[in-house]
Design a binder for this molecule. Structure first.
Ligand code: ATP
Length: 508
């Protein structure tokens, strides 16, 4: 068993080596927490976005999509609360000069206590063998109970301080817990300060006449300010949703863990509008529906969990994260938030426009309530990378790295490989390819021994390899190799289309 840190390093190295993700501006030594997607990465990313879009927009009659600009009127961010409240508490270590998010330091401390609980569980499981009852153990073992109590107390103090914007309280908590800087090992901390996460820029040709704009920190506000446009022109009836995917920008204080926390990233968001009072039912509905979306990709349920929020954002009356087990632990992948009428009411107030809905059944107008589902495309990409990456020992003693992407998301669906570069095999392979590429991303390769070519396709997660040999010229059959089982089957060229479609089509 390799440890998780090494595993994560392997994934990031693999992502680079096989053209999935590159550091931005790498030839200039890179730009921190900004990444580019390579030739295979962009296909995977497009496929994830497409899978989300289809499941949200195409599969729901009452959800439509939009695509709004990154720049928005500056008042948008005043109304949404981002100018005043989109802050993270930061703290510097005076010895290492490293900057941290104060709340993350505390959360990392909590994670360490959780690790201790897991160690106790592992130990006990070994000791008791088959007779081990985990639920009973965690609810009765004194040491575990003590750890759980500590976690609860620390959590409460943190959430209370965060909620009350009590920066001294957070500093005191860090001191009381004896948290040290991971780099310098010292407790020599500065005060905690607030730091706004929005990037700003200027619009206009002269500095004097320019107005300050922000790069949007979320795509959601583009949906809210267009609520009325879409509702009216689409003749939408409540409940209905508006979906959008696009870039968002945050000047994250600590941007690490590869594409988990980036300064420029992409979101896939949907705002679902409904009658006030119905929001908690829809909240449960969307929690479940979004979890089913994740599981529909064939990733085991044990990799996911809900984390219901204790501390609610200023706009929410219920909130939950779908967390994924990344190599560095369970972390937020998607948020489901019950945002009440906060956003539409705020934009109504700041714009002077009535952002309401006339309900013909009730014969009255009101501001709809909103449930939001918000997932980071790049985080989903990272979740898939870490799920898909597998090292396997083969029967002949060799090893392979295989990316077991869900076939529907794999960058390439099929590789067409003529066994040899002669005897008309490349021509036949090209002929098959020109047919299949109408429907699938196909990869053509004739260089190197066939085994080596299979390995390269495994490494980028291509579900099928089709090999064209001399028999193909005689009877129009090829071998088709399955990425996961490595089994080969001989089938007629005319069947390829059907076999591949069955495996890679979107099933929901
Ligand atoms: P975190 O607590 O990790 O900072 P958040 O709670 O601020 O995230 P939201 O504002 O709810 O995140 O954003 C919705 C989704 O957008 C997140 O679940 C995540 O998948 C994605 N996301 C947010 N910030 C980033 C980032 N810096 N880089 C990549 N993805 C991000």
């Amino acid at each position: 068993m390799i440890n998780q840190e090494d595993f994560f390093k392997k994934i990031t190295a693999h992502a680079k080596e096989y053209g999935f993700v590159f550091q931005s501006s790498e030839i200039y030594d890179g730009l921190s927490a900004v990444y580019d997607y390579g030739q295979n990465g962009v296909e995977l990313k497009n496929n994830i976005r497409n899978y989300w879009w289809k499941s949200m927009v195409q599969f729901h009659e009452n959800i439509v999509g939009i695509d709004t600009a990154i720049f928005m009127h500056p008042t948008t961010w005043k109304a949404s609360g981002h100018v005043d409240a989109f802050n993270d508490p930061l703290i510097d270590n005076k010895d290492s000069k490293k900057r941290y998010r104060a709340d993350v330091l505390v959360e990392d401390h909590i994670a360490k206590i959780e690790d201790k609980i897991n160690k106790e569980i592992d130990k006990a499981a070994k000791r008791f063998g088959d007779a081990f009852d985990k639920a009973q153990f965690v609810s009765t073992n004194p040491r575990v109970l003590e750890y759980k109590k500590q976690i609860e107390e620390i959590g409460h103090r943190l959430y209370r301080s965060m909620e009350q914007n009590d920066l001294e309280g957070i500093k005191k908590l860090i001191e009381d817990l004896g948290i040290v800087c991971p780099i310098s090992g010292s407790r020599n901390w500065t005060e905690v300060r607030q730091f706004n996460l929005m990037f700003s820029t200027q619009m206009g040709s002269t500095v004097e006449g320019a107005s300050e704009l922000f790069l949007r920190p979320e795509t959601a506000q583009g949906i809210f300010v267009n609520y009325l446009n879409v509702q009216k022109t689409g003749r939408m009836k409540l409940p209905f949703g508006i979906a959008q995917t696009g870039k968002a920008f945050r000047n994250e204080i600590v941007a690490r863990q590869f594409i988990f926390r980036m300064r420029e990233f992409e979101q896939m968001e949907m705002q679902f509008f409904m009658r006030p009072g119905e929001e908690l039912n829809w909240y449960e509905y969307w929690k479940e529906t979004r979890m089913r979306w994740h599981l529909s990709l064939g990733i085991p349920a044990s990799k996911y969990r809900f984390h219901d929020h204790e501390k609610l954002a200023h706009y929410a009356n219920a909130a939950s994260d779908i967390e994924f087990e990344f190599p560095f632990g369970f972390k937020e992948l998607e948020g489901i938030h019950s945002r009440t009428d906060f956003d539409l009411a705020a934009h109504s107030k700041h714009s002077g426009k009535k952002l309401q809905y006339f309900d013909p059944e009730l014969n009255e107008s009101y501001i709809p309530y909103v449930i939001e589902t918000s997932i980071g495309l790049d985080r989903m990409f990272l979740a898939l990378l870490s799920f898909a990456y597998n090292e396997e020992k083969l029967e002949d003693g060799t090893e392979r790295v295989v990316m077991k992407f869900p076939p529907t998301l794999a960058p390439y669906k099929v590789a067409i490989l003529p066994l040899m570069k002669k005897d008309g095999l490349p021509e036949k392979a090209r002929e098959i390819m020109s047919d299949l590429k109408q429907d699938f991303m196909c990869y053509y390769e004739e260089k190197d021994a066939i085994g080596k070519r299979y390995r390269r396709q495994d490494a980028i997660g291509t579900p099928f390899c089709v090999t064209v040999d001399h028999q193909t010229l005689e009877d129009n059959t090829v071998t088709i190799r399955d990425r996961d089982t490595m089994q080969q089957e001989r089938i007629n060229v005319d069947e390829l289309q059907h076999v591949i479609t069955e495996k890679v089509k979107i099933k929901m």
